[in-house]
Design a binder for this molecule. Structure first.
Ligand SMILES: [Zn+2]
Length: 171
């Protein structure tokens, strides 16, 4: 079985591209545009030109699956478009029969990957062995929900905080 490593922005920033990989390396165009904010795009472009870095285009179906999982866990506000794209690419490559490992230090990506059954590895840090479900609450009126996107649906306040509603070990 082929191994496909999917890198998020935190993985690329950690300098992991300089290390040898046994398998294919993937990112998405959303990760690429995040990377362009840093001064690493020349390095990344060189890898793409050399054919060492593949750009994946995740399917709409898989993107939907990732968003559903994120909603369930209350992680929607913590995930960027780029984060969603690599998780969705992970599902697509897995469905194509590949052994998928997402390399990321981002806690929310790891949390959603756990929920989706996608393998991940941290770079330099320990991987999490627990799942967290977030709860968002309004500091003004006390309204709470798994997700509150921008402002409180009850009183309109933007004073939204996030707290842990459920926390369990998965090992
Ligand atoms: Zn409120």
């Amino acid at each position: 079985m082929k191994t496909s490593f999917i890198l998020d922005t935190s993985a690329i920033l950690s300098g992991i591209l300089a290390k040898p990989f046994k398998g294919n390396i993937w990112i998405t165009k959303e990760i690429l545009s995040e990377i362009k904010q840093f001064e690493l795009n020349m390095l990344v472009d060189a890898y793409i030109e050399a054919g060492m870095l593949n750009i994946g285009h995740p399917s709409t179906n898989s993107i939907r699956k990732v968003i559903n999982a994120a909603v369930k866990l209350g992680e929607t506000s913590a995930l960027s478009k780029a984060d969603v794209s690599i998780l969705a690419l992970g599902i697509d490559l897995f469905l194509q029969g590949e052994n998928v490992i997402i390399l990321t230090n981002d806690y929310s990506i790891q949390n959603v990957a756990l929920e989706l059954g996608i393998k991940y590895k941290s770079i330099g840090k320990q991987k999490i062995s627990r799942k967290i479900i977030w709860l968002h609450y309004c500091q003004d009126c006390g309204y709470s929900a798994r997700i509150i996107v921008n402002s409180c649906p009850k009183c309109g306040s933007k004073n939204i905080k996030r707290t842990v509603s459920k926390y369990y070990k998965t090992t």
